[in-house]
Design a binder for this molecule. Structure first.
Ligand code: GLN
Length: 546
């Protein structure tokens, strides 16, 4: 039978609850258990797909086209498991189905209420993730205990524990123990209050994960154990880590997986974290850096590009480099400024995006990369901008554009293709989720992936306009990956350039710290190569300079 672990958070938000849930997933998987992670989000949006990345960070896309909370990205990266849309449940999606059922008459005239109708719907979503092939479901409740919005979720997880039997459910509460400099002390009072609040909702935590900026000593542990009524070994220290991928190792040392397995009576083999440990060690050991610029619209909120950043970190670590990331606001870029902004970057990434703001800056950055032989990787909108750039500079169509940005452009090199999109409805109307692509023999992407058929996740409406394919090829662009029916351009690259690759997909969703994505490894590898080449050039230049 599937066991359930519930993760709640207290005291303050942004405590790293998601990383804790993801890390526990890693630890249980490394003990050989079959685990699936889930996130319950208290907001009313039906999914995060329509939310502004400035507010909420990146929208993470699953294989089955779910537009989900960025915590699912952490879950996938830590556990190595591809999740499905059912792993993200928002209050909006719960209310939507309850109201749809009410309209259909499914409730047979009942007064529809938060308890039991809303809570039953939440419980059904949790139950759905369990099954014969799953040992543990780890469900994280978004928000902080005490928020009005999360009440139905807390009530649902409380009831669920009774439904499946308390021996099969475990509650973890993640709290903060702040250090007060004036008294030189770590304070447990906020944790006590937060646990009291949780208990007022009928949830008695089994484990408390203590976030702090330093190690906690035995006295603090005993105090939390006494006041919060958990056994001392179930008070797990989670001090700040230099690298998020170190967190599973710290929690394992603190005994988290042991306590969870014991309490849920999960019999497993010994834990094997050898590969993970080696990955963390390698990333830490890197001293030489590589400078990569991300040119984007949402650079003030780096979480908007979370998976891209993580993918770059994975690739850099795999090549024994420390990632020196440069955020370049695309809106500030114009003409000569582009050169100033981009000077010294060894690789450029243009990530995905929507709307025309900042697009011209991205196009300038691509031109800079193309003309100066700087390694470039374009992701989704990044591919579209690269096609526009080549159409303008090489095909000499100065008005070339995407119809997303200029609906009346005489040269719509990026346009809506085949599928008729209903633009009146913004939620879930894109090409979403996992699609195959066929890579051309002899192309750079084929070499990088080492495979002919590859699967990547998508989230976009616009595509390369097939009418311009021949012209683009004549301009030196290789259409190196196509949909299997040859109808949609999936990958492009430039022949006369050290590394100029773009994809209509979002490969960043599939990079893992212990299995970095080939396109990012390719970019970072080319960036490292650029420095080496420039070094050689400097040496050759030396005598003439003197
Ligand atoms: N705005 C573009 C489109 O919808 C690109 C989307 C993206 O980069 N994810 O096609």
């Amino acid at each position: 039978m599937t066991k359930y672990v519930f993760v709640t958070g207290g005291v303050v938000s942004s405590l790293g609850k998601g990383i804790t849930a993801a890390s526990l997933g890693r630890l249980l998987r490394s003990r050989g258990l079959r685990v699936v992670n889930q996130k319950l989000d208290p907001y009313i949006n039906v999914d995060p797909g329509t939310m502004n990345p400035f507010q909420h960070g990146e929208v993470f896309v699953t294989d089955d086209g779910g537009e989900t909370d960025l915590d699912l990205g952490h879950y996938e990266r830590f556990t190595g498991e591809a999740l499905r849309r059912g792993s993200n449940v928002t209050a909006g999606s719960i209310y939507l189905s309850v109201i749809q059922k009410e309209r259909r008459g499914d409730y047979l005239g009942d007064t529809v209420q938060v308890i039991p109708h809303v809570t039953n719907e939440i419980k059904a979503r949790m139950r759905k993730l369990g099954g014969d092939d799953i040992d543990v479901v780890i469900t994280e409740v978004g928000g902080t205990v005490g928020d009005i919005e999360s009440l139905p979720f807390l009530e649902a997880i409380r009831q669920f524990g009774n439904d499946i039997g308390r021996a099969n459910a475990l509650y973890i509460h993640v709290t903060l123990v702040p250090f007060i400099a004036s008294s030189d002390e770590l304070k447990t009072k906020p944790t006590q209050h937060s646990v009291a609040e949780l208990r007022s909702h009928g949830i008695h935590p089994d484990v408390i994960v203590v976030r702090s900026d330093r190690a906690i000593d035995d006295q603090v542990r005993r105090k939390i154990s006494l006041f919060c009524d958990v056994v001392p070994k179930a008070v797990i220290a989670a001090p700040d880590a230099a690298d998020i991928y170190e967190v599973p190792l710290l929690l394992q040392q603190g005994g988290l997986d042991a306590v969870v397995c014991e309490r849920l009576d999960l019999v497993t083999g010994p834990i094997d974290l050898t590969k993970w440990q080696a990955m963390v060690k390698r990333a830490k050991a890197a001293t030489e850096s590589v400078t990569i610029g991300i040119v984007g619209k949402y650079v003030d909120l780096p979480d908007a590009y979370l998976s891209v950043v993580e993918s770059l970190r994975h690739a850099a670590a795999a090549l024994d480099r420390r990632l020196d990331l440069r955020w370049i606001p695309s809106e500030d870029m114009s003409g000569l400024l582009a050169d100033a902004h981009l000077e010294g970057v060894e690789g450029i990434v243009i990530p995905g995006g929507f709307g025309s703001r900042g697009v011209e800056g991205k196009i300038l950055a691509i031109r800079y990369a193309r003309e100066n032989g700087i390694p470039f990787l374009g992701l989704c909108l990044g591919l579209q901008c690269a096609v526009i750039e080549i159409a303008r500079s090489v095909l000499k169509h100065p008005d070339a554009n995407s119809t997303e940005f200029d609906p009346t452009t005489p040269h719509p090199v990026i346009d809506l293709m085949e599928t008729q999109h209903d633009l009146s409805e913004m939620g879930g109307t894109m090409r979403l989720g996992r699609y195959p692509a066929k890579l051309e023999e002899g192309s750079l992407v084929r070499k990088l992936y080492g495979q002919e058929i590859v699967y990547e996740r998508h989230r976009h409406r616009w595509e390369v306009n097939n009418r311009y394919r021949r012209d683009l090829e004549a301009a030196g662009m290789r259409l190196s990956g196509m949909s299997p029916d040859e109808n949609l351009v999936e990958f492009i690259e430039l022949i006369d350039h050290p590394f100029f690759v773009a994809t209509q997909a979002h490969p960043e969703f599939q990079s893992r710290p212990d299995d970095p994505h080939p396109l990012f490894v390719g970019l970072v590898g080319a960036a490292v190569g650029l420095r080496a080449r420039q070094g050689e050039l400097d040496e050759i230049d030396q005598p003439t300079r003197q």
